[in-house]
Design a protein around this ligand. Structure first.
Ligand code: FES
Length: 103
């Protein structure tokens, strides 16, 4: 199992397990992380799984592309490191990934 660390707007953090091949959104939903609603279930259509990748990890995760980038343009509190967590597939190189939950 791999781990994703979610940091809430108040600075509290929680680490949760996730299998390789699952998404960061899967991890958040399975673990009941507040602030990641994921209303479309990973279909890349709702943006309610928005997360901000920690600066240390952004190079490994990479920027949004295609439909994801188009959807993010409508997210008012997006940042240069914003991603839809349903589009981040976990792999060994991302073990320990830190994602900030937007306010
Ligand atoms: S869960 Fe809807 S866009 Fe990610």
């Amino acid at each position: 199992m791999l781990t994703v660390v979610f940091v809430q707007p108040d600075g509290t953090s929680e680490a949760h397990p996730v299998a390789a091949g699952a998404t960061v959104m899967d991890c958040a939903v399975d673990s009941g992380v507040a602030g990641i609603a994921a209303q479309c279930g990973g279909g890349c259509t709702c943006s309610t799984c928005h997360g901000v990748v920690d600066a240390h990890w952004f190079g490994a995760v990479g920027e949004a592309e295609g439909d994801e980038r188009d959807i993010l343009e409508f997210v008012p509190n997006r940042t240069p490191r914003s991603r839809l967590t349903c589009q981040i597939v976990m792999r060994e190189a991302l073990d320990g990934l830190v994602v900030h939950v937007p306010r």
